[in-house]
Design a protein. Structure first.
Length: 199
């Protein structure tokens, strides 16, 4: 059965690009490097990150996690960046799901404890969303978080991601099924903050 329209973003559009460094209001988003393994381990050792991302990680798993991102980029299924401030890793942000045909990506992020309270996550989120719309030509970037994860809700709102509704019992966490808030930005929405490409 033929489709009545072509893909929103042609296949191969992501894989054809080198993964960029993205400037995000004083932060730098850059591809993960093997030397970042200790930062990844520290992230997944933090109780809050473990709670909301529902996983822990060994040293070997951290190395595999880092090594997996270039493969996901080439397969156009995901993309991950280390969030850095003055050259130091302070968090992560990723396109955990990409559907080019629908012009859609879903974002995930966390911030290391020492960097919290400095608006790292909303700055990184605004920068990545701007790149998705400008360079990749996506139509929609969305994120989900547990309804009891108030901090993540504030991040979404500060980055201009409108609340769209509640997905009942959609997130499986260690303490059971959580209702999830859905937020999104469209390419037609106003930008959430000063961002720009770094090359």
């Amino acid at each position: 059965m033929p489709l009545l329209m072509g893909p929103a973003v042609p296949p191969g559009s992501l894989a054809a690009l080198p993964q960029p460094r993205i400037t995000a209001d004083g932060l730098q988003l850059r591809p993960w490097q093997p030397a970042d393994r200790a930062s990844v381990l520290a992230g997944y050792a933090d109780p809050a990150i473990r709670r909301w991302h529902c996983r822990s990680m060994t040293d070997g798993e951290a190395a595999e996690w880092i090594a997996g991102w270039p493969h996901r980029w080439r397969a156009e299924t995901g993309a991950g960046w280390a969030v850095t401030d003055a050259g130091r890793v302070v968090g992560q942000i990723s396109l955990r799901r990409i559907v080019l045909a629908e012009g859609l990506a879903e974002v995930s992020y966390w911030v290391l404890p020492a960097a919290r309270g400095r608006r790292v996550a909303p700055r990184a989120l605004s920068g990545l969303a701007a790149w998705c719309f400008r360079a990749l030509r996506l139509h929609r970037v969305e994120l989900c978080h547990s309804t009891v994860n108030v901090a993540s809700c504030r991040v979404a709102q500060r980055a201009g991601f409108a609340a769209e509704g509640t997905k009942r019992g959609e997130g499986h966490h260690a303490d059971g099924w959580h209702d999830m808030h859905l937020h999104a930005r469209l390419d037609s929405d106003e930008a959430g903050g000063p961002t720009g490409p770094a090359g």
